[in-house]
Ligand binder design. Structure first.
Ligand SMILES: *Cc1c(COP(=O)(O)O)cnc(C)c1O
Length: 405
């Protein structure tokens, strides 16, 4: 985390509506780079990374959905991955040294990172995902690229993948042999771009005469929510944040007043949020100066069962013909519950984290309707997989890395 969070002037926040997405991104990123990256380079990183639309759709009354799934892998993680990959490429060129990026993924991070870095010079990528616990499409998107992208199937759950990666970063021997870096949401280069779209949502709402929305964030590792809190600390007007989870509800429990008590993750239909020990919790604490009460004032937690998630998908489709992926459905439901507990007129923005078509097997039975698969997805399903299986012990993983280098 940066030692100090830069605060942008009120004049910037009050006139967001005059700016494009990329202009907002530039102003928010600039203070973090100082002399290290010229304005010209930063602009080209931004223009290259964010080359797809970010619609904000009114679904019902004052409930908006910010569609973050129009990038190449159809999930919000494209924002972080594409921005970060272009920064790493700048750095590798400057240092003239190859970097190996290690990523533990429960699905969508891996595909976004794999795509973001694919064929980027000077960067090798190693993805670890839990065997049999990611969707077919997610696996195809990670394991068919090849080139500088290696996919490792781990015998275990997501938390095993994360443990292996964390251990690699603290292994002296390994760090002498290669330059390792992270691309998980603990990397500031991924976190920062996740603050841009919150500000963009505020700008789009300003155009409608709405200010200070409540943001509802479907959460697993809590990188996305941390991005929003970072924007708020930079001065962005936001009324409140909702931390919406599936039954992996460690953070909502904490927000209700209990201790933060990590535990093993459980499998749900919103599998990109099956995280039992969210890495970004410490960053959230840091942003609030470790004050539990300040955190609880600003964020309310909600958690839902798979049954409630399915019901929300069905109801929103039946009433508004709008399709929610299982993750987004959890956020949407939290928005509605927050409003009905307080005031239905409060404007809410739910972050839509994935395109519904990525979760057809969950959604189609609920809506009794087939979802059309865009051509760009069908391409992936036809490619040949090139992944390697490993166990969940560190020594095996380490040996693999050493042999490969
Ligand atoms: C990663 C992911 C999430 C959770 O985001 P975090 O930043 O880990 O909280 C939610 N939905 C989808 C579709 C994701 O891929």
């Amino acid at each position: 985390m940066p030692e100090e969070i830069p605060v942008l002037p009120d004049s910037f926040w009050s006139s967001l509506k005059e700016l494009s997405f990329n202009e907002i991104a530039f102003e928010m990123a600039k203070p973090y780079f100082g002399e290290e990256l010229s304005d010209e380079k930063l602009n080209s990183v931004i223009n290259d990374a964010f080359n797809f639309p970010v619609p904000i759709t009114p679904v019902e009354g004052n409930n908006f959905v910010l569609e973050l799934f129009h990038g190449p892998t159809l999930a919000f993680k494209d924002f972080g991955a594409r921005f970060m990959a272009r920064l790493f490429s700048e750095k590798a060129r400057k240092d003239q040294q190859e970097v190996t990026i290690l990523v533990a993924t429960s699905g969508d991070t891996g595909s976004a990172v794999a795509h973001g870095f694919y064929k980027v010079e000077g960067v090798e990528v190693c993805l670890l995902f839990p065997k049999g616990k990611v969707s077919n499409l997610q696996e195809q998107q990670m394991a068919t690229l090849g080139e500088n992208v290696t996919a490792l199937e781990v015998e275990g759950v997501f938390d095993d993948c994360q443990r292996l990666v964390k251990q690699a970063f603290t292994d002296d021997d390994l760090n002498l042999k290669m330059q390792l870096s992270s691309a998980n949401s603990i990397n500031i280069a991924r976190l920062l771009p996740q603050s841009f779209y919150y500000a963009y949502a505020v700008s789009e709402l300003q155009k409608k005469g709405i200010d200070e929305p409540v943001f509802s964030v479907p959460s697993g590792n809590f990188g996305n929510l941390t991005g929003g809190l970072l924007a708020m600390k930079m001065g962005m007007p936001a009324k409140h944040f909702l931390a919406a989870t599936n039954m992996n509800d460690v953070v909502p429990e904490y927000l209700k007043g209990d201790k933060f008590q990590p535990r093993d993750s459980i499998q749900t239909i919103s599998n990109a949020m099956d995280v039992g020990n969210p890495s970004n919790f410490v960053r959230i604490k840091y942003l609030f100066g470790n004050s539990d009460s300040a955190i609880r004032d600003q964020i309310t937690g909600y958690s839902y069962t798979d049954g409630e998630t399915r019901k929300t998908i069905r109801e929103v489709f039946e009433k508004f013909s709008y399709l929610l992926c299982p993750h987004t459905a959890i956020g949407y439901r939290a928005s509605k519950d927050y409003q009905s507990e307080r005031d239905v007129k409060i404007p809410t923005v739910t972050l839509a984290t994935a395109h519904p078509v990525k979760f057809r097997d969950v959604i189609e039975p609920e809506i009794n309707h087939q979802i059309d698969v865009p051509d760009r997805l069908n391409v992936w399903l036809k490619k040949e997989k090139k992944s390697t299986s490993i166990g969940s012990d560190f020594e095996g993983f380490k040996q693999f890395l050493v042999d490969r280098a």
